[in-house]
Write a protein that binds this ligand. Structure first.
Ligand code: COI
Length: 355
């Protein structure tokens, strides 16, 4: 493991109350930072006190959104130690996102070491209350102060961390999801498969409107035909239809989720039939109305496995599994969280234990 110099924070913050943690509100004492300069590459990796980044108003990220980000979590296991879930998957996905956004890629081992060293330093910020964890947000922004539309020559790679509880106020209780027919999040050939801020910016209008109507999030349709299901605002989506788990194929406009991949690996290991394919909203709602849609759930780092209890699409409205979490969704949730928090064996070698 590579190690980076540390500048310690002079004052340590009070930790938030683990009973009332709100996702992404309070940040730890330190952050990681590394700079990129064209001709020099990535340099000066270091851990510094958490604080503002000095950027010029002309920094390219503010104008053309050249940036990528990731999300992963650190968990406290029953032995009191801290562990990460598949962190190298996040590093690799970040590099894929960088390739799409013309951002220089990171050396995988350097990026992983940065995550590990920062989390080890902030270990006392990893909460121990069941269901809580430390959310880790690595990101890269273009900092070159110029308004021409081209790839920047300078970047900052930073990692910040925040203790979190559940992403939805509903917790593990089923959420209501609205199928969006007007706005689209991404198109094939666009940036849908990259984890970049622009995809999320495009999603905010529909998300706000869905929330006003009492829905937790939006279910996106494909950007061309507005027919095929893609993903939910902050998670991938899976449906159990007539005993088979169906999830949208990774066609280029869907985020290749690490929790999605883990769910599919678990389901296949249990002998549950799984299909990654195109699925229309019509097929989904017809299946629901015919009683064939047995379960629906989202998967994501922030959301883990989140049951969907109701779905709206234009004037159609369906309730899934009586608005209750289904047995397969519950099994996936229990198994994944059991592996992540170290209360169950880790047969796939997904866990990295820290010192
Ligand atoms: C995650 O699940 O880690 C995400 O990045 C989703 C989000 C935008 C909160």
């Amino acid at each position: 493991m590579k190690t980076f110099p540390v500048q310690y924070a002079a004052v340590r913050k009070d930790k938030p109350d683990p009973d009332t943690l709100v996702f992404g509100r309070s940040f730890t004492d330190h952050m990681f930072q590394m700079d990129y300069t064209e001709g020099k590459g990535w340099h000066d990796g270091r851990i510094v006190p958490y604080g503002p980044l000095p950027l010029e108003p002309s920094a390219m990220v503010f104008h053309y959104a050249q940036e990528v980000f990731e999300g992963l979590k650190a968990y406290r296991n029953p032995q009191g130690k801290v562990q990460l879930f598949r962190p190298m998957e996040n590093v690799r996905r970040m590099n894929n996102s960088c390739e799409r956004m013309c951002i220089p890629q990171l050396d995988e081992e350097t990026a992983l070491s940065a995550i590990e060293q920062l989390v080890e330093l902030e270990a006392d910020w990893v909460p121990s209350k069941p269901g809580t964890s430390l959310y880790i947000r690595p990101f890269i922004i273009a900092t070159t102060p110029t308004l021409g539309v081209h790839a920047a020559h300078n970047y900052i790679f930073a990692i910040i961390c925040c203790p979190v509880g559940s992403y939805y106020k509903e917790g593990i209780n089923p959420v209501r999801i609205y199928v969006e027919s007007r706005d689209v999040r991404a198109v094939r050939g666009g940036t849908g498969y990259a984890k970049c801020g622009g995809n999320y910016a495009a999603s905010i209008r529909a998300g706000e409107q869905a929330e006003k109507q009492g829905y937790a999030q939006v279910l996106w349709l494909d950007g061309v035909e507005r027919k095929y299901i893609e993903e939910v605002g902050s998670m991938n989506v899976l449906f159990k239809i007539n005993g088979t788990v169906v999830t949208p194929a990774l066609t280029g406009s869907v985020l290749p989720g690490i929790t999605r991949k883990s769910c599919l690996e678990l389901l296949r290991s249990w002998g549950v039939p799984v299909e990654e394919r195109l699925i229309t909203a019509q097929e989904l709602f017809d299946a629901a109305e015919a009683g064939a849609l047995e379960e629906a759930f989202g998967s994501g780092t922030a959301a883990v496995v989140s049951p969907i209890g109701e779905m709206g699409w234009n004037d159609r409205h369906v309730v899934v599994n009586g608005g209750q979490i289904g047995p397969l969704t519950q099994r996936l949730y229990d198994t994944l969280t059991g592996i992540q928090w170290g209360t169950q064996p880790d047969p796939f070698g997904w866990i990295t234990k820290l010192d």
